[in-house]
Design a protein around this ligand. Structure first.
Ligand SMILES: Cc1ncc(COP(=O)(O)O)c(C=O)c1O
Length: 396
């Protein structure tokens, strides 16, 4: 089928929850993808930070093929070896002692919210069950995760949401201090707000949030769905600030495109008991094997450090080439989670996105004034140069 034939089927039969660009990618390799008509593109979106090890990495492909031929799924009614091994691996990479597996970032956050409320009831029965989240956060679209997502544009049509949520401006310690009362059992934050525009907090924010949570007896839940697993140049975003949370959620890059999410917690916070929470597909053989192979590749190829290096290169190229351009405002982010902020009066981000696509570069416009740059962590120096050439041309 051609791109436009696929588009026509969409118009007729797919619910309009997205407004897809008129291109269908049918094959991928590393940082490159090809559309239904055989045209090649450089992918600087990576399935929204999912394809960290690149498209169709041979080690991931081999692991998935081998596992699919052996056994795909049984149930959490039985032991699952790849799940046990993945839990061991993730806990050894992080602060956490235990993991719960599910199918997405949203679900990982649902698990974290339930965990926080159960923890509050068990550890401190007199404590409230309120949860603080940040304005401009994004934690997902199910009703629990949506209640934690501090953005009217996502919430309004679906009210009433869950009770007990309060919102504070991201980065405002005073506001958090005032809101963090006995009624609150958890604070939920992204270390860097991703969907909200790639907002990096000031250096003292997260350490102070950690201290406040500890002093006031609330859990710190960090949503690392987008920032986790090497994307920012550290295994987990919070490492940039030398802190650890009590609970952390992961998804996106974990399964290299196979649907898997995880909620990780310290043993003190991991209070779920049989029957409290579950997911039919969560942690099945296939997705966990994909995740184990993904982590192997990240370690073997040194992709966490590579994300830091390539991110620094990309940032400096953008600043050098565009610093004095009338449309340039700033480059924000860490590692390979970057946003180029531009003046929408000069050129709208959507126009740059379309122009780049026509030139064979996949970018993601976030609103009118910024473009997200989040290539696979295997991106080469030459590919960074090539992408910046296209961006400079399209902006001008
Ligand atoms: C920080 C963060 N949390 C949660 C989610 C939701 O994840 P998913 O789409 O896998 O449910 C996203 C998705 O963009 C995200 O960026």
């Amino acid at each position: 089928m051609t791109n436009s034939e696929i588009g026509e089927l969409y118009t007729q039969h797919v619910m309009r929850t997205y407004r897809p660009l008129p291109v269908a990618f049918v094959r991928g390799q590393g940082c490159r993808v090809w559309d239904a008509e055989g045209r090649e593109y450089l992918d600087f979106v990576a399935g929204i930070t999912v394809m960290a090890v690149g498209h169709s990495h041979p080690k991931v492909v081999e692991a998935v093929q081998r596992q699919a031929a052996q056994i795909v799924h049984t149930s959490n009614l039985y032991l699952i070896e790849p799940q046990a091994r993945l839990a061991e691996r993730l806990t050894s990479l992080s602060f956490a002692d235990e993991c719960f597996f599910c199918n997405s970032g949203t679900e990982a956050n649902e698990a974290a919210l339930k965990l926080a409320r159960k923890w509050a009831g068990r550890q401190q029965p007199e404590r409230g069950r309120g949860i603080i989240a940040a304005h401009k956060s994004f934690h997902g679209r199910t009703l629990g995760a949506l209640s934690a997502t501090g953005q009217d544009k996502y919430q309004k049509a679906f009210e009433p949401l869950l009770p007990g949520f309060a919102y504070v401006p991201f980065g405002d310690l005073g506001a958090l201090g005032s809101a963090l009362t006995e009624d609150i059992c958890a604070v939920v934050l992204e270390p860097i707000q991703a969907e909200g525009g790639v907002n990096v907090p000031a250096d003292d924010y997260l350490p102070a949030v950690r201290e406040l949570c500890t002093d006031r007896g609330a859990l710190l839940v960090l949503d690392e769905v987008q920032t986790g697993l090497g994307r920012t140049g550290r295994w987990f975003g919070h490492e940039h600030w030398g802190i650890t949370p009590d609970v952390m959620t992961l998804a996106k890059a974990l399964g290299s495109g196979l649907p898997i999410g995880a909620c990780l917690a310290t043993s003190a916070a991991a209070v779920f008991e049989p029957g409290d929470h579950a997911a039919t597909f969560g942690g099945n053989h296939l997705c966990c094997s994909a995740a184990l192979a993904t982590l192997d590749v990240m370690e073997e190829e040194g992709l966490v450090a590579r994300a830091g290096e390539r991110g620094a290169l990309l940032r400096s190229l953008l600043e050098e080439r565009l610093g004095s351009h009338p449309a340039f405002r700033e480059v924000r982010g860490k590692g390979l989670l970057l946003a180029l902020v531009i003046d929408p009066e000069y050129r709208k981000a959507g126009e740059v996105q379309s122009g780049a696509l026509a030139e064979g570069l996949v970018l993601n416009a976030m609103g009118d004034d910024r473009l997200r740059l989040a290539p696979p962590l295997v991106v080469s120096e030459e590919e960074c140069h090539r992408a910046v050439d296209v961006i400079v041309r399209c902006l001008s």
